[in-house]
Design a protein. Structure first.
Length: 148
C-alpha cells in the first residue's frame, strides 16, 4: 500500500509539474522540486532534462551518453510548439534523456560545426559522441527512440 501511495504521489507531482500551460516555473526548478519530493519519499525520481545549451555542457555530454541538441528560435512558431510539447511530455522520455536548447540566432559556430541550416532541427548523438541522426520538428516517439 505504501508503494502504491508513493507512486500515486509521484503521478500527482508529475501532473503538477507539467500539467499547467500557464505554469511559468522553469524546467530546472521543476526538476529540483521533483528531486526534493523524492528525497522526502526516499525514492529517487529521475526525469529527462531540457536545458540551455552551453559549450561546456555539450563537451561534458559528448562521448559520455546519448543526448540531443535542438536549435530553437524565439520567433519560430514551430520551435515554440515543439518546446511546449517537450516540456509537457518530458516525463515520458527516458530518464537519461538530455536535450540541449541551442539558440539558432546566436550559436553560429555550433550551427556551422553541425551543419544545421534551419531552426527547429534536432541533432541526436549516441553515447560515443557520434551523430546518430537529425530531424526537423521531431515527434516525441522519434526523440524517445534515440534514448532507448
Amino acid at each position: 500500500m505504501k508503494k502504491f501511495l508513493s507512486l500515486f504521489s509521484l503521478l500527482i507531482l508529475g501532473f503538477a509539474l507539467v500539467g499547467c500551460e500557464e505554469d511559468a516555473t522553469p524546467m530546472a526548478e521543476k526538476q529540483n522540486m521533483a528531486k526534493e519530493f523524492s528525497e522526502t519519499t526516499s525514492e529517487e525520481v529521475m526525469i529527462a532534462s531540457y536545458e540551455a545549451y552551453s559549450a561546456e555542457r555539450f563537451a561534458e555530454l559528448k562521448g559520455s551518453q546519448p543526448f540531443a541538441v535542438f536549435f530553437h528560435a524565439e520567433w519560430c512558431g514551430t520551435c515554440r510548439n515543439w518546446e511546449a510539447m517537450i516540456e509537457e511530455k518530458l516525463v515520458e522520455l527516458p530518464a537519461s534523456a538530455v536535450i540541449l536548447k541551442a539558440d539558432f540566432d546566436t550559436e553560429d559556430e555550433l550551427k556551422s560545426e553541425l551543419k544545421v541550416q534551419m531552426q527547429s532541427t534536432a541533432v541526436f548523438f549516441d553515447a560515443d559522441g557520434n551523430e546518430a541522426g537529425r530531424a526537423s520538428d521531431p515527434k516525441l516517439n522519434e526523440v524517445s527512440g534515440y534514448f532507448q
